[in-house]
Ligand binder design. Structure first.
Ligand code: ATP
Length: 128
C-alpha cells in the first residue's frame, strides 16, 4: 500500500517537474502564464459569473495542455531527429498548429465574454 502511495506521489512530482520545465524553457509558456494573470485579473475586475469563470478556467487549461504537449513533441522530435527531416518538421508544425487552434478558440471565447463587460464599463465611465 505504501508503495502505491509512493508511486502516485512520484507521478505527481514528475508531472509538476514537467510543468515547471515547460514554464522555464519555453518563452510561449511564459506568455501563457502572463495572459492567464491578465485574464484572472480581468475576471475579478469585471466580476464575471461562475459559468464564465468555468469557461475561462477551461480555456486556460486547454492552452496550457496544448503547449505542454507541443513542448513534449518538440523534445521527442529533437531527440529522434536532430538532423533535418521533412517528417520531423511536419510533426513540429502539426504540434504548433494544435496550439494555434486552441489559442484561436480561446481568444474567441475571451472576446465573447469580455467585450460586453468592456462596452458597459466604457458606457458607465462615459455617463459618470
Ligand atoms: N529536424 C527538423 N527537420 C525539419 N524541419 C524542422 C526540424 N526542426 C525544426 N524544423 C522546422 O522549424 C520549425 C521551428 O522549429 P523549432 O524547433 O525551432 O520550434 P519552434 O517553433 O521554434 O518552437 P518553440 O518556439 O515553441 O520552441 C518547425 O515547426 C519545423 O517546421
Amino acid at each position: 500500500m505504501q508503495t502505491y502511495f509512493k508511486k502516485r506521489y512520484n507521478s505527481f512530482k514528475f508531472a509538476f517537474r514537467g510543468l515547471n520545465s515547460a514554464v522555464r524553457s519555453e518563452p510561449h509558456m511564459r506568455l501563457h502564464v502572463l495572459s492567464t494573470l491578465g485574464v484572472v485579473g480581468a475576471g475579478f475586475f469585471f466580476d464575471v459569473t461562475k459559468t464564465e469563470w468555468c469557461l475561462l478556467i477551461g480555456c486556460i487549461g486547454l492552452v496550457f495542455t496544448a503547449e505542454v504537449f507541443n513542448t513534449a513533441i518538440e523534445t521527442v522530435v529533437n531527440l529522434v531527429s536532430p538532423a533535418y527531416n521533412p517528417l520531423a518538421g511536419k510533426a513540429k508544425d502539426l504540434a504548433a498548429g494544435a496550439v494555434l487552434a486552441a489559442s484561436i478558440a480561446v481568444a474567441i471565447v475571451g472576446l465573447i465574454i469580455f467585450v460586453p463587460y468592456v462596452i458597459s464599463f466604457l458606457n458607465l465611465a462615459k455617463h459618470t
